[in-house]
Design a protein around this ligand. Structure first.
Ligand code: 5GP
Length: 206
């Protein structure tokens, strides 16, 4: 499917700093908007329904799966998460960029549905730092942190399936890397042709 906007997918193990990076990017770049996922997980800390996620019951989630409302969905750490098809199709069709913060299983499904999607994986600089960040975050109990660390090894093994990798050691550097990926995507010939159709036309390149 061809569409005027760009679709970016950012995956990482919990604690790698993916959300902070994506939020900082969106503050700098109003063209990039998130897609709010649906999840059956309960809200954590200050999370609000409709802001971080649409928090739903298992029954509602199942009904949405049956109605083909998700472009992708997956089971992550024992909860279900899904991206609404309508939300992303509407925005990219209007020429906006969408950024998805989803797990690697969802990233693969997105690439199948949107061949031009750009897949970015964020790695922590070390295991020690990953554990330290999860503990510092203070949002999860010790057994949940252990579960997330156990899953992280398997998640990080998926890095080869991605187009780009960012190692989040120094935040500003990692943010620069993410901005660079977004910018490079917008400079691709096909993207420029769509975004700057008038210029292409006046140069008789249409
Ligand atoms: P958390 O519970 O920490 O917010 O997210 C847990 C994991 O679920 C993260 O890896 C996050 O990227 C992933 N996730 C969040 N939303 C979605 C979604 O819509 N689809 C998929 N496949 N994964 C998601």
């Amino acid at each position: 499917m061809d569409y005027p906007g760009n679709l970016f997918v950012v995956s990482a193990p919990s604690g790698a700093g993916k959300s902070s990076l994506v939020n900082a990017l969106m503050e700098l770049d109003a063209l990039v908007r998130p897609s709010i996922s649906h999840t059956t997980r309960v809200p954590r800390g200050q999370e609000m329904d409709g802001r971080e996620y649409h928090f739903t019951t298992v029954e509602t989630f199942d009904a949405m799966v049956a109605a083909d409302a998700f472009v992708e969905w997956a089971n992550v750490h024992g909860n279900r998460y899904g991206t609404s098809r309508q939300a992303i199709e509407e925005r990219v069709a209007q020429g906006g960029d969408v950024i998805l913060e989803i797990d690697y299983q969802g990233a693969e499904q997105i690439k199948r549905a949107f061949a031009n999607a750009v897949l970015v994986f964020v790695l922590p600089p070390s295991w020690e730092e990953l554990r330290a960040r999860l503990l510092r975050r203070g949002e999860d109990s010790a057994d949940i942190i252990d579960k997330r660390l156990a899953n992280a090894a398997q998640e990080m093994d998926q890095v080869e399936k991605f187009d780009f990798v960012i190692i989040n050691e120094v935040f500003e550097r990692a943010l620069f890397d993410l901005k660079t990926i977004v910018h490079a995507q917008r400079l691709k010939v096909a993207a420029q042709r769509r975004a700057r159709a008038d210029t292409f036309k006046s140069l008789r390149l249409a």
